[in-house]
Design a protein around this ligand. Structure first.
Ligand SMILES: *[C@@H]1O[C@H](CO)[C@@H](O)[C@H](O)[C@H]1NC(C)=O
Ligand SMILES: *[C@@H]1O[C@H](CO)[C@@H](O)[C@H](O)[C@H]1NC(C)=O
Ligand SMILES: *[C@@H]1O[C@H](CO)[C@@H](O)[C@H](O)[C@H]1NC(C)=O
Ligand SMILES: [Zn+2]
Length: 314
């Protein structure tokens, strides 16, 4: 192969990697895990609605499009502040009114606001069948198009589902609810074993990748199965679903900043080297957050899409 071409493609792969590594959010593996756990807990109605809304490229698997929101961050620049929420420096608590805004101060433009937004959009899909209790009375193509039969401009519900599924994952990554001054750990440079990395990236990606290599034979499905087993055997997951509305993102953000203070920031000041001690004590937190994201995403989708008729017959 032509050396210049080869050099060019290596450079492209590298610059893609560098770009990708500044992306904020669980890495691809984390989002895949959360959505694949969620799909396993969907009711029949919710699964049917999700499959109807998924784009063809998903091949019926929500997990395949759970990183879509990261892929469109540059193209949909307006969406980039919707992946996180920051608290004032060293505040280990979260408050929607104080914290949920973008860097120019526009209210509601943060991950909790976005979860509310996309849940509300998806409620329009439910209402169109549960009011008549007659599924798909309105042809699906009309629901999905940007203009309904009533002439209202509606949102793209396929995108709403992909955003919601991604942001419910993000809000469970403790450093997505981190301090403003260090951008949720992005400006804290440490060593992950022998390599330089920022703390945020360690929580998005490195802990999961080290776990895959160390404990799961570098096989993501094996890790997902192990987390699914923990959900059933070890965790009181019914409590995770507590929510008397359609969606309750605020407590998830409070949990995240609390875990960020207790686990992510602790012993991770700039310049420190994080190795086995840090990895082994933080991995259970990461696995629990992936599980909680999945179980809670399923609960939201089930509340949205399970028709009253089939709830009555359970
Ligand atoms: C709500 O969703 C719409 C459609 O994607 C988007 O234009 C808007 O910025 C979103 N707002 C928030 C706060 O998520
Ligand atoms: C909805 O969004 C998806 C993903 O961006 C896109 O492929 C599709 O064309 C959109 N549908 C409409 C009706 O705009
Ligand atoms: C919903 O739950 C919250 C917190 O658990 C509680 O403060 C509120 O009163 C509840 N609302 C209703 C309508 O039950
Ligand atoms: Zn994200």
């Amino acid at each position: 192969m032509n050396i210049v071409l080869e050099y060019f493609s290596i450079w492209r792969a590298l610059s893609f990697f560098l770009l990708a590594s500044t992306v904020v959010g669980w890495g691809k593996e984390g989002h895949y895990t959360t959505c694949s756990i969620a799909q396993g807990y969907l009711t029949e109605d919710a699964l049917a609605a999700v499959k109807a809304l998924l784009p063809g490229s998903a091949e019926g698997e929500l997990a395949n499009v759970c990183s879509w929101a990261d892929e469109v961050r540059w193209h949909y620049h307006w969406s980039s502040s919707l992946h996180w929420v920051d608290t004032p420096d060293f505040f280990c608590n979260y408050n929607y009114c104080r914290d949920c805004h973008d860097t120019s101060g526009v209210n509601d433009r943060c991950v909790t606001g976005a979860i509310n937004n996309y849940t509300m959009q998806l409620m329009t899909y439910v209402n169109s069948d549960s009011e008549t209790n007659c599924k798909y009375e309105i042809p699906l193509t009309d629901i999905l198009s940007s203009v309904t039969h009533l002439g209202f401009v509606t949102d793209n519900l396929t995108e709403a589902l992909m955003f919601l599924s991604h942001f419910v994952g993000d809000i469970h990554q403790p450093l997505h609810v981190g301090f403003l001054g260090d951008e949720g750990g992005n400006t804290i440079i440490v060593h992950w074993y022998t390599r330089k990395a920022n703390l945020h990236h360690i929580w998005d990606t490195e802990i999961i990748q080290s776990a895959l290599k160390t404990f799961y034979n570098a096989d993501l499905p094996t890790m997902i199965q192990s987390i699914q087993k923990n959900i059933i055997d070890d965790w009181a997951f019914e409590e995770w679903e507590n929510c008397n509305k359609t969606v309750c993102p605020n407590p998830y953000a409070s949990e995240s900043i609390s875990l960020a203070c207790k686990f992510a920031y602790r012993n991770a000041t700039p310049g420190t080297t994080l190795g086995d001690d840090y990895f082994l004590s933080r991995l259970p937190v990461v696995e629990m957050r992936l599980a909680q994201g999945g179980v809670r995403l399923a609960a939201i989708l089930n509340r949205l899409f399970t028709s009253k008729a089939s709830i009555a017959s359970i």
